[in-house]
Design a protein around this ligand. Sequence first.
Ligand code: RIB
Ligand code: CA
Length: 306
Amino acid sequence: MTTKIIMDTDPGIDDAAALTMAINDPELDLKLITTVAGNVTVDKTTANALKIVNFFGKNDQIPVAGGAVAPLIKPFEDAARIHGESGMPGYDFGDDFGQPLAKTAVEALRDAIMAEDEVTLVPTGSYTNIALLFSQYPEVKSHIKQIVAMGGSISGGNMTSAAEFNVFTDPDAAKIMYNAGVPIVMVGLDVTLKALLTPASQEKLLEMGEAGKMLHDLVTHYNDGDDQDGHPMHDVNTIFYLLHPEAFTTKEMWIDVVTDGPAIGATVGDVRGAYHDGKVNAKVCVDIDAAAFNKWFLEEVAAMNK
Ligand code: RIB
Ligand code: CA
């Protein structure tokens, strides 16, 4: 039995790798990709998602819908310094990679989710589309099995000392998502900064067909981490969690999102369960088997035969 998932993304190099795993793993049934402004503008993140779908010849099976051009309230700031101006530098995907759906991401999400009894939502960019969806179509919540979200941290940020990029980009949307009452697994920096794709793994990709070369070429243009210690493939950890939750240590707690002031975008975990009457709204990933992550990453790519 495959797991039906929808990915909301801002490709972005690590998003591209996460999409690659989701598209190719036989245990996952990727029903829809929606895109959001984040690493780069939404026209680019949408084109990049289409490039990955087209690379694997899935244009007729996996639709892409473009989403929010900006956060709900906070001014938009991209991460082109990390992911390059295009968002996916280093590999030539060609110029003919298909078109997105005519409908918006929110409409596409509503339609795709309501067509299923239960579906898993995997956001790997800011949560603007998710917040708009829950605000406009709250009836979708009962059809969502869980949200496995890359973002946040209970051990310090990567945009400020307090805030991680996806939550920092749209903290108001993150607050809506964490207060929506839908089961959430937080795959934050607490684990994604531990499971670096090592230089040795990076080089092995070159022995793994065109998919391996594509990922290698993207990762070697990725300015998060370095070629000495390795690169954090943040978003890929959501797919690794879905397929191998045993590789993670998790702790349930209430997560609050800070929406103003110098700590804006911080995700504050009630780690002792002392301040929310024992209520929790998230299962937070607090540790990961980094060696298992690298081994799995390479096995996934090797199995693609692309
Ligand atoms: O903080 C890491 C997150 O921000 C990842 O999703 C990466 O793609 C960027 O969007
Ligand atoms: Ca991302």
